[in-house]
Write a protein that binds this ligand. Structure first.
Ligand code: ADP
Ligand code: MG
Length: 287
């Protein structure tokens, strides 16, 4: 591709709402065969609502919610906003937080009144009682997290998100355009991932940490394939950077926008096949 053709293509893409950070990403996009997509905030709207608050061991619903909202106060994760919104709605008194730590792909940890409160994933090897309950709730497509006080579970929260309405058709079109290997990659539980993957008609891998998402990208690259990764979260940023073409949702976290090689200025999946078509025609013109 001549530099002039590249610049023209980047300009045309920008007018449609695609920020492309360099000509080499157009080149890679034209040749890409693998498309890896994150779940939460990427194929879903990322505006989840809390569906259930399930207290355990004599704790009260309000207490579970108060601790959870406090621990989630400074988190950028879509799930955190859902928890804070419900606490506000119910007028729950949220305690002060002494320290806060985000654990990307896992959850959050905070010190509250000298106690350690965590909100986050339930590892598949954890306590039996939580496993059975979590699996049942997740099979409904909900994301399930545990609220723990000094390591002891005091309740479960579930949140439900909505699929982006245009994602399914866009994914099918991308497959027709040659991105034949599509996979959903998520840190969520397999049951919740399966429900979303089924709606989209694509395979999935669940329970992935940020480093597992990078490893998935690398494995395809080792086979000599050009990999596109689409994501929005702090947990996706390393994989976006590793991909040949990392694509960030415009509403994504700052680190994802930074790491992405292409940014969707509107969160609209139809921009993705559009980007591939622009890339293809640019490369053809040049040959
Ligand atoms: P995805 O890969 O689908 O975008 P994430 O990697 O962001 O999901 O999160 C994976 C899992 O980690 C979530 O399903 C949830 O169990 C847990 N998690 C991540 N961030 C938070 C948070 N701020 N609060 C509670 N749980 C979280
Ligand atoms: Mg995400």
């Amino acid at each position: 591709a001549t530099p002039v053709a590249m610049l023209a293509a980047i300009g045309a893409a920008a007018r449609r709402g695609l920020l492309i950070k360099g000509g080499r990403f157009l080149e890679a996009l034209a040749r890409a065969e693998v498309l890896l997509v994150d779940k939460t905030g990427t194929v879903t709207l990322g505006r989840p609502q809390v569906a259930d608050v399930i207290p355990l061991d004599g704790w009260r619903e309000e207490e579970v919610l108060a601790f959870a909202a406090a621990a989630e106060r400074d988190s950028e994760h879509p799930l955190a906003e859902a928890v804070r919104a419900l606490a506000r709605e119910r007028g729950v008194r949220v305690p002060a937080v002494e320290t806060f730590e985000a654990l990307p792909g896992i959850g959050v940890r905070a010190q509250i009144g000298g106690h350690t409160v965590t909100v986050g994933r339930i590892a598949p090897d954890g306590a039996d009682r939580l496993q059975a309950l979590a699996a049942r709730l997740a099979a409904e497509g909900k994301t399930v997290v545990a609220v723990r006080l000094d390591g002891q579970p005091i309740g479960l929260l579930t949140v439900q998100d909505t699929l982006r309405p245009e994602a399914r058709d866009a994914l099918q079109e991308l497959q027709r355009l040659g991105l034949r290997r599509v996979e959903l990659l998520t840190g969520d539980r397999p049951e919740a991932a399966a429900a979303v993957a089924r709606s989209l008609g694509i395979p999935f891998r669940a329970g992935l940490l940020p480093e597992d998402k990078i490893a998935a990208v690398r494995a395809y690259q080792t086979e000599g394939r050009v990999v596109v990764m689409v994501g929005d979260g702090v947990n996706d940023a390393p994989a976006l950077a590793q991909a040949d073409v990392g694509i960030a949702m415009g509403s994504g976290t700052d680190v994802a926008l930074e790491a992405g090689h292409i940014v969707l200025l509107r969160d609209d999946w139809r921009l993705l096949p559009e980007a591939v078509r622009i890339a293809r025609s640019t490369m053809n013109v040049i040959q």
